[in-house]
Design a protein around this ligand. Structure first.
Ligand code: SF4
Ligand code: SF4
Length: 467
């Protein structure tokens, strides 16, 4: 059944609301070749990245179990939410910047949904079941043994590929090494892991093998955002109606026709089943198939290519980077990137926070003939290092001799990698140090563990009686 292009209904929906399956025709051309290269690059990055190591760790690891994120040797823990928030904001601004200039270039060139379907799943389908015409004809026929084994072979291959993709995906979360170890054991020894991999495999096969364009049209939130992010200066895939209209066969009597010969080739190649000649539509994933298809038709009828081309709605063929919104996004991007780089390179392996203890601000203590003041603090230490460390709290020998004494329940305070710990700290100091109700001293923390040895000094403001 051919696509029913009703003006007020999705091209992938029948009159009764059921799904109209799309059988996009194959297409060749320069855009297809460029996209093939982009898809190969994306596939290579996706499959290879979990196996690359940097600074002794997996280069990119979202370690959910240990609540840490490793990015090119830098470890972020769950308590690093502000830094991770910067990273997420950076990603968000990048999407805004790219989309406002080049439209849905992500969807057509780099989105896993498009990359896996076009580069792998449609190829398998074509090898096993034939081209779009044969597939449609066979699907309309009643079930037979031949149809059954072809479907079985196709879905078997889909599941095989989905399993590889699922394992590669899991390697970003569980770690490539641990994943290999788990794979070597029987399923009943890692039943949880087995269930997760099985569910992801099933979802991938279902989504890339059957659900396909429905995901982009119904589920994808990015697709829904387009109308907010894009404007009439954004580059989109556009049919030049000024040049194409009136189409052949639709022209008023006696009028010359435009360049569109109304062959519907651009519609037959569209994976989301739309007619781009109706103008920009939310279902268009910028896959460039209609551009190649129409260019082929134009060259056959001796007309210039580009009746369907990358263009802005107001007709600027070159991307305009100097629009206020593009400049604003670019500035936000540079600002966030600088902030992220600054935080990354000024990050200490251990982060200390000295907070005043609850209750009385100070207590007066008499020891022999000497008067002392006691202040209570809560010290929070966050580990941002990959080493387990022991931390000692100290003051200088001079202060010690003058009567300053530090008391903590831990000697030393032990911290595991990525851990946050809070400890009480009592500082006893001579009353004579207090001037106008305030005294200052420096507490030194010495941390040691594995390769790490750090010394930090903390200026502490103490309180005492007014004298
Ligand atoms: S492929 Fe080109 S000529 Fe054919 S219908 Fe589409 S726009 Fe018109
Ligand atoms: S309209 Fe063209 S670019 Fe958009 S999804 Fe269809 S074939 Fe791809």
């Amino acid at each position: 059944m051919a696509l029913d292009l009703h003006p007020s209904r999705l091209g992938t929906t029948n009159e009764d609301g059921s799904r109209a399956f799309v059988y996009p025709s194959d297409v060749r051309g320069k855009w297809k070749n460029r996209r093939k290269l982009a898809h190969l690059l994306m596939l290579a990055i996706f499959l290879i990245a979990p196996w690359l190591r940097y600074g002794g760790e997996q280069m990119l690891l979202i370690d959910v179990v240990h609540r840490r994120f490793i990015f090119f040797g830098h470890i972020f823990w769950s308590h690093d939410v502000p830094v991770l928030f910067l990273l997420v904001l950076l990603g968000f601004v990048t999407i805004l910047f790219v989309t406002t200039i080049w439209g849905r270039v992500w969807c057509g060139w780099a989105c896993p949904q498009t990359v896996f379907i076009d580069a792998i799943f449609r190829r398998i389908e074509r090898w096993v079941e034939g081209n779009h015409l044969i597939r449609r004809r066979r699907d309309e026929q009643p079930w037979s043994f031949k149809r059954f084994w072809r479907k079985t072979l196709k879905w078997g291959a889909y599941f095989g590929v989905s399993m590889v993709i699922a394992h590669s995906f899991i390697a970003y979360f569980a770690g490539a090494k641990s994943m290999l170890e788990m794979m070597a054991r029987p399923p009943d020894q890692n039943f949880g892991y087995f269930l997760v991999v099985f569910s992801i495999t099933a979802w991938i096969a279902f989504d890339f093998g059957w659900f396909r364009e429905q995901f982009c049209i119904i589920i994808c939130p990015y697709g829904r955002l387009q109308s907010v992010i894009m404007n009439d200066a954004t580059k989109v895939i556009k049919y030049d109606s000024g040049r194409g209209e009136p189409r052949r066969g639709d022209e008023p009597k006696g009028e010359k026709t435009g360049d569109c010969i109304n062959c519907f080739r651009c519609v037959s190649v569209c994976p989301t089943g739309i007619d781009i000649r109706r103008g920009l539509q939310m279902e268009c994933i910028s896959c460039t198939a209609c551009m190649d298809a129409c260019d082929e038709v134009m060259s056959k009828v001796g007309k210039p290519e580009g009746l369907i081309r990358y263009d802005s709605l107001k007709g600027e063929e070159k991307a305009n980077l100097w629009r206020p919104e593009a400049v604003a996004y670019a500035l936000a991007f540079v600002g966030l990137l600088s902030a992220f780089a600054f935080v990354l390179y000024t990050r200490e392996p251990l982060d200390y926070e000295f907070l005043r203890g609850r209750g009385e601000p100070f207590t007066l203590v008499k020891e022999g003939a000497d008067d002392f003041v006691l202040n209570h603090f809560q010290v929070q230490v966050s580990s941002q290092t990959r080493e387990d460390v022991n931390i000692e709290f100290k003051v200088s020998a001079e202060l010690e001799t003058s009567g300053v004494k530090l008391t903590t329940p831990f000697h030393p305070l032990s911290l595991k990698t990525g851990e946050i710990k809070r400890t009480g700290l009592f500082i006893r100091f001579p009353k004579s140090m207090v001037k106008n109700g305030v005294a200052k001293l420096t507490v030194t923390t010495e941390a040691q563990g594995g390769q790490l040895k750090t010394i930090n000094q903390h200026e502490i403001r103490l309180v005492g009686p007014f004298m």
